[in-house]
Design a protein around this ligand. Sequence first.
Ligand code: FE2
Length: 290
Amino acid sequence: MPQYMPQAKTITWQSVSRKTREGAGVRLHRAFGYHEIPAFDPFLMLDDFRAERPEDYLAGFPWHPHRGIETVTYMLEGTVEHGDSMGNRGTVDAGCVQWMTAGSGIIHQEMPKPVDGNMGGFQLWVNLPRSHKMMEPRYQEILAVHIPVVALPGGAEVRVISGTVNGVAGPVRDIVAEPEYLDVTLPPGVQFSLPVRPGYVAAVYIIGGSGIFDRQQDKELGNRVMILFGNDGDLVGVKAGDNGVRFLYISGKPLREPIAWGGPVVMNTEEELQQAFDEYERGTFIRKIS
Ligand code: FE2
């Protein structure tokens, strides 16, 4: 990274996303998850389900419960058909976002489908603090046209899903962990920096091209590399490689609470996890909303 970005953070952890299976056998790439907690606090997991072969994803994610977290689905191509225990039905289409706050509990299904032969997207899990784990479930569904694109000098483009860039605020609001979620595209050779709030975690997942993300390294990192930045410095600095670079940027305020994680349910204690699974067995998982 250039000398003139002295405040830029350095990388504290990086890894290529790992192949895994989820749902009814969907083959996907996990950028980070259970094995990395609590390094990404308040984030729990990022799954990359970009796939070329329909047989890798058509089985989808049939009915399953969530409690204690928020799931954020961002589609680049194709669509995800969804339905849930609150009676919602719909699709998350290319360029659109579904920010689902499970709170006290929802049961839903998520079925990826190709459009013009293509399907690809990401699901981020954001933890809820103890004070909000049992909040009323809710959805924020955001159409692509409502996600602002901020054009910066040099041709950089930032899609602001959540947070604020150059005074432009994204459409997802009132999320407890105050997360920023951006989709950044840089043309070849362009330099770019993002301020990070003191004490917030900051991370990047590269989804195309390559670039340098650490002022102390010359090595370019490329598609499917997950990067966690350290607490040094107060901004994330990037220099795009010869083919440009595109990446997802996430930042949020750590909750610093105990994590008890059982599949799709994430609570603070083992007792709360057990209670969730007991309620699911007994059919009392979904709370009556008054
Ligand atoms: Fe789900």
